[in-house]
Structures are given as structure tokens and as C-alpha cells.
Ligand binder design. Sequence first.
Ligand code: GDP
Length: 437
Amino acid sequence: PFRIAIVGRPNVGKSTLFNTLSKTRKALVERSPGVTRDRVYAQAEIADRKVTLIDTGGLLPGDEDQFAREIFAQAKKALKEADLILFVVDGQAGITPVDEELASFLHKLEKPVIVLVNKLDGPRLDQVLSDFYALGFDEVVGISAKHKRNLDELEEVMAKYLPEETEEEDLEEEIVKLAVLGRPNVGKSSLVNRLLGEERMIVSDVPGTTRDSVDTLLELPDGRKYLLIDTAGIRRRPRIKERVEKFSVDKALEALRRADIALMVLTAEEGITDQDQKILSQIDKNHKGCLIVVNKWDLLDGKREEANVLMQQIRYGARFVPWAPILTVSAKTGRRVKEILPIVDEIYKQYSTRVPTWTVNKALEEITQDHSIYASTGKRIKFYYGTQVETRPPTFVVFTNYPDEIPKSFERYLKNRLREKLGFDKSPVKVIFREKR
Ligand code: GDP
């Protein structure tokens, strides 16, 4: 879940805040400054979303004491894991040198930070609020943790940084939908049956969307679930082969449309063909995740040179889907077939990721700052800001002055750089340009 770390020097009221937000008594509220302890975690619900709260303990960065240094090291770790940081300061004491030191440390982490000016118990104290913008963070909220004052506003500000996750999304997240694609005879059937035979899986048939289509649901002992879409043609194929199967692009596209991730099966015999590239371009167009599985790799045993050449050919042929990992397997011997689902999990995780707006904008700024592209009017195309509006696929809206004049090449460049900077090395991203009004 989303992690929110609470940080601040000793005695500013972190634990009181932690308790108020988590409504538990897990944290010790009464304690002397600097007393060491493990980080305290609590599950909490903020703006209807489940989050993990982490109390990092009292921080004294300059303290050379061995004890203090250990606490600081612990807290640093918690902060590095956090998605959002609540930096608590004391509104009655004002900004202290320790606060300043902490602020400069937090700036270096490049994470979203909300400055919480605590202990604003009386109305008079509101006047000090603006002083705390001097710490250099955009979000400054005044509260009284003890008197539960202004917590609604705090929740509102925090909500801006939380991922939007509905229950529906939670449920759907449990089943990864896979389409197994590839020309006849590449070994789709052998591969799927080998996959179904692995580990202790529960395999069940689920009616597909059309009359004679069947999907296959796989359940692993640990509860992970995968739906193999339209597997009627590839499961339990009769021994007697009448190889008149016609490759139907339409059928492949229909399966792809319903899937999150495509398992694109190639072989060590033919490598990547024009037909395969057509399917890959559809995967790209539809922003689906993809794992390229090169089957029959056993045929290249002991042929290192040939294997290298083939791999290069495949990489080149698949250059339009640079996010798709390539896995060499043998359905015949079973080699590396076990690695398919773990890689699928990784792809799916990225495919379902939501990046905070703050991070998107920072990446966008870095990517576009030293790129001058111009509209037909001769004016410079500007990119103002962006935000992630959707997962599966991760979809970003980018606001610009000329949404209709972004060159395709630049769009491709932007997508690749966004993937690189935002952690989507195995997932496609979708970018929509909108005019800033
Ligand atoms: P599909 O049409 O894509 O479902 O392909 P099949 O699973 O029916 O396999 C086509 C042929 O390739 C069969 O003769 C399989 O025995 C063979 N085959 C499948 N996987 C492998 C493999 O990993 N290595 C080798 N050498 N042959 C394979």
C-alpha cells in the first residue's frame, strides 16, 4: 500500500499525530526525547484509501552520538521507502536549526513533502504559518494534533497525493488476463499444457465471451490467479494432428483486446516473422503488456553463435515494443517455462502502477527542458504539466499549447523517457496530449 512517513525532530508531536491518524494506540505517546525504538507502523484509512503510516522516531541529524546515528539511519530507510512524507514542525517554537537541517535532507530525497505545523492551538498562532514556507516546500498545513484541529484540511491535502483506487480495481487486480499469441506450430499448445502441468495449480475452464470460446483459469497455491484467454484451440489438443489450423488475426486481436498482457510466442527455428511483427504492432497500438517467449530454444543447444544472431534479429524485429522482456524457453524439455509467470507478475505490477503527480511532473520537466520543438506557427511547443489518469495501461495526460502538433517521433521519445524515469521498464505507457486552457 501507499506509505506515509511521519518525520520531525523530537517532541514536535509526531506520535500524537500518528495516533490521531491511525486511531490506534500502537505508538507510545509519552516518552523522553531521543529514546530509541523500532519504527512504528500502522494501517490507516485516509480519504477512504488504505495506507501504511510510519512513525520514524525523533530525528536529530547533527547528533554524533552512536545511538542517535542509529536512529537516524533507521529513519532514513523509512523515508526512502515512503511515498509521501509528513514533516512535522512545532508552530510554537518556530523554525529551529534542526528543522532546517532536516528540510535540506528531505529536499534531497525528491519526494512529496507536506510541512505540518503542529501545536497551533490558538487562533493567534495561525499567523506564524507563513513563516514555515521558508523551509522550501509547497505544502504547508497548520494543525493541532492534540486538539484535533484542522485535520480535515490535512486529509484533503494528503488525498492529492494518494493513488485513486476503487474497490473494483482491487478485485480485478487479482486476476491477470493473458493472451497467448503466435503462428501455428510455434508451440503455444505445448507451452500452455506445460505451464498447466507446473507446480500445484488448480485449472478450471471458464466460458469465454463468444459461443465456442473457452478461457482457462489458473490458480497457484499462493492464491495468484491468471486467466488464459481463448484457450479452446490450444488446450488438450488431440494427438492426431490435422494441421490445417489457419492463423486468424481477428481471433488473435479479439483475445488481445480482452487481455492485459500478451504472451507472444516465437520459435528458435524461424525467429521473428512479418506476421509476428504485425501482432507486436497491435500490442503496441493497444498498449498491452507483452512477454516475448522464444520457444524451441533446445534446438539451439550448443550453437552459441547462431543463438546470438537470432536473439539480435528478434530484438531488432521487436524494437517497437522495447518494454517487452524476451525469454527463451523449451516447452519440450520444460526449461525456463517456470520463469514465465514470475515475469508476467512483474509486468503486471508495473502495468498497474500509479505514480504521484509530483513525480510525473518532475520527470516531465527533466525530459522536456532541453528539447526545443516547434509548432507550424513557428512557436515553441511547451509542456506545462502532466498527471497519471489511469492504470492498465498506465495513462498520462500531458498539457501542452499544441496538442495536435506533437511529432510522432517526439511522442515516442517522451514515452520511452517517461518509462525509464518512472519505473516502467517492462510496461507500455500511454500518453494523451491535451490543450492547456
Ligand atoms: P501450436 O500450434 O503453437 O499450439 O504448436 P504445438 O504446441 O502444437 O507445437 C507444434 C510442434 O512443435 C509440435 O510438433 C511440438 O512437439 C513442437 N514443439 C513444441 N515446443 C517445442 C520445443 O520447445 N522444442 C522443440 N524441439 N519442439 C517443440
